[in-house]
Design a protein around this ligand. Structure first.
Ligand SMILES: [Mg+2]
Length: 172
């Protein structure tokens, strides 16, 4: 049952995810989380590095959709300057937002990767939707209250995977 929480890949940050490698694997679209994946949860705007990452993806014909459980005001303010489609109040880990994003990008399941920093929302949701999932290290270790509870559960699941030899990366 815990298999649903196991990401297909793990990287330190989004900047390790490069358009050429995605293209080689036949990937044409990204569904990414916002808070603590693209920027720290309390940072309102994309950093120059993030702006550049979006541009690189676009230049290589890779579509990027932001899906976030956060409110419209936050997600819209962040996404619009990037010209990125977005889904707010996405209710991850429910599959619906992932399906909507995939459909709007006009891509098949095999052509999409999901990026996020949380097992209980991003990875579980992406896996449930049948998508390839990539876990990133959260940008900051502080979180909003609700997320702190999730983190405790998450640490237990990660420890379980580690004991079973399913994951090899180290915690910071
Ligand atoms: Mg997040």
């Amino acid at each position: 049952m815990l298999k649903r929480f196991l990401p297909n890949e793990h990287v330190k940050s989004i900047f390790e995810i490069q358009p050429n490698e995605l293209k080689d694997k036949g990937i044409k679209g990204i569904i990414t989380d916002l808070d603590n994946t693209l920027v720290a949860w309390d940072v309102r705007e994309a950093t120059p590095e993030v702006v550049n990452w979006f541009k690189q993806m676009k230049d290589h014909g890779i579509k990027v959709t932001i899906i976030s459980n956060n409110k419209e005001e936050r997600v819209k303010f962040f996404s619009e300057p990037l010209n990125a489609p977005y889904v707010f109040s996405a209710r991850k880990p429910l599959r619906r937002a992932f399906k909507v994003a995939a459909k709007e990008m006009g891509l098949e399941r095999e052509e999409i990767v999901v990026i996020g920093d949380q097992l209980l929302t991003d990875v579980l949701g992406g896996n449930s939707a049948g998508l390839h999932t990539i876990l990133v290290v959260p940008i900051v270790q502080t979180d909003e209250k609700i997320t702190r509870i999730n983190r405790t559960i998450e640490r237990r699941i990660l420890n379980y995977f580690r004991k079973k030899g399913k994951i090899t990366w180290e915690d910071k």
